[in-house]
Design a protein around this ligand. Structure first.
Ligand code: KPL
Length: 309
């Protein structure tokens, strides 16, 4: 058994170290020869700093556009990059391939399951917080939990070898609900922190109370209109708990904005706005956040191209 990891960012790197540590041969699929050279120069290891110390884990790497068959594929790309990344590896997949998507956002998991319905496909969410200090050097900010569930009939139990991972893992019997729960939390925390440039814990301050409550109520209304159950308790309580447990963390959207990268706003808030339109309800708060983050992304892109000129 060998797992190939498509999307060698923070989450991809974290799970590559977890797989390799469990004795499962693991290969990073890298996009460019520069990335492969940098990985070779660093001794073909991923470095993971945890509260307990620093682990150096040896993994393999190869170009995504290689030729050997891929039996087990973990996709951890940014949500918007899923299609383009998949195109590169599609010729390497076969009827028995297993695919697991561990990403933020919604829509891309369902699209892949519709596109490849005969394959064993799982989707998952993780609340583990990990930062990339340099391309192959990661710091684990907090060990969260990971929920995985089947997206197609061929996906049974956990994906191959994942029962051996030293990582808090749960099999979800309602993965659509799990995806919506994570989507709702991300839609509440990520745009607000990205716009304010603040860590997650700042949202607990009283100045955010009214805004956060109104945003959570609107997200709940969209989920209800779409026929999706969220949590058994109010979303605001869940969001506050996540903001408290990740108080010092910067959300992934804030990190993207700070680094001048595209964000996952279209797959998070954009997906919710699409659902609201489809089900005929208004979503003014989410529409506004979508607009404001697009403006911020646009400013970033303009700043970047003027620096490059
Ligand atoms: O998943 C996250 C993210 O930043 O994308 C949260 C839960 C908001 C933690 O930072």
């Amino acid at each position: 058994m060998r797992w190939h990891v498509l999307g060698a960012g923070a989450i991809g790197g974290l799970f590559a170290t977890r797989l390799a540590r469990a004795g499962i041969p693991t290969t990073l699929l890298l996009r460019s020869t520069q990335q492969l050279e940098a990985f070779d120069t660093g001794g073909r290891t991923l470095v993971l700093e945890t509260g307990q110390g620093t682990e150096s884990v040896a993994v393999d790497a190869e170009p995504a556009a290689g030729t050997s068959a891929i039996d087990h594929l973990l996709i951890t790309t940014k949500a918007y990059a899923t299609d383009a990344a998949l195109e590169r590896v599609l010729p390497r997949l076969h009827a028995g391939s297993e695919i697991l998507l561990l990403q933020n956002g919604c829509g891309q998991q369902q699209a892949l399951a519709q596109r490849l319905p005969g394959l064993a496909i799982w989707a998952g969410t993780t609340t583990s917080g990990v930062r990339r200090l340099s391309p192959f050097h990661l710091r684990l900010a907090g060990e969260g939990e990971t929920r995985i569930g089947p997206m197609t009939a061929a996906a049974r139990g956990l994906p191959g070898g994942w029962d051996r991972l030293a990582h808090p893992l749960h099999l979800s019997d309602d993965i659509e609900r799990t995806l919506w729960q994570k989507l709702a939390i991300n839609a509440a925390i990520n745009p607000l922190t990205a716009l304010a440039g603040c860590p997650n814990g700042t949202l607990l301050e009283s100045g955010y109370d009214t805004r956060l409550r109104a945003l959570c109520a609107e997200i709940e209304a969209i989920a209800q209109a779409a026929g999706r159950a969220l949590f058994d308790t109010p979303l605001i309580d869940q969001v506050r708990t996540v903001a408290r447990t990740t108080a010092a963390n910067r959300s992934s959207m804030l990190e993207d904005i700070s680094a001048g990268r595209r964000t996952e706003i279209d797959q998070i808030t954009g997906y919710l706005c699409q659902q609201a339109r489809r089900h005929g309800i208004a979503a003014p708060i989410n529409e506004r956040l979508l607009h404001d983050i697009h403006i911020l992304e646009g400013n970033n892109m303009r700043d970047r191209s003027s620096r490059e000129r």
